[in-house]
Write a protein that binds this ligand. Structure first.
Ligand SMILES: [Zn+2]
Length: 84
């Protein structure tokens, strides 16, 4: 929902000009706070993803940990067998 700070009211998206200006005062409309994080820069987007930590991220971490753990066990077994 577009919000005009000068008019202090929400605006119908259909009434907002094609250039994103308020039909009443002609001021450029600020994007809604729910959309602005993804629209402003890459740093805030990365921060959001770090906070949310989607499930496939943890799945990938778990997969890497399990894989590396398995390779570590394999390496230890290989070392023990080569020594004795
Ligand atoms: Zn306005």
């Amino acid at each position: 929902m577009p919000w005009c700070e000068r008019c202090d009211r929400f605006l119908n998206p259909n009434t907002v000009g094609s250039d994103g200006t308020c039909p009443s005062c002609g001021r450029e409309i600020q994007p809604p706070s729910t959309i602005s994080p993804s629209a402003t820069g890459t740093t805030s987007t990365v921060a959001d993803e770090e906070v949310k930590a989607p499930w496939h991220f943890w799945l990938m971490i778990a997969g890497v940990v399990i894989y590396l753990g398995w390779r570590l066990i394999e390496g230890i077994v290989w070392l023990v067998r080569s020594w004795f």
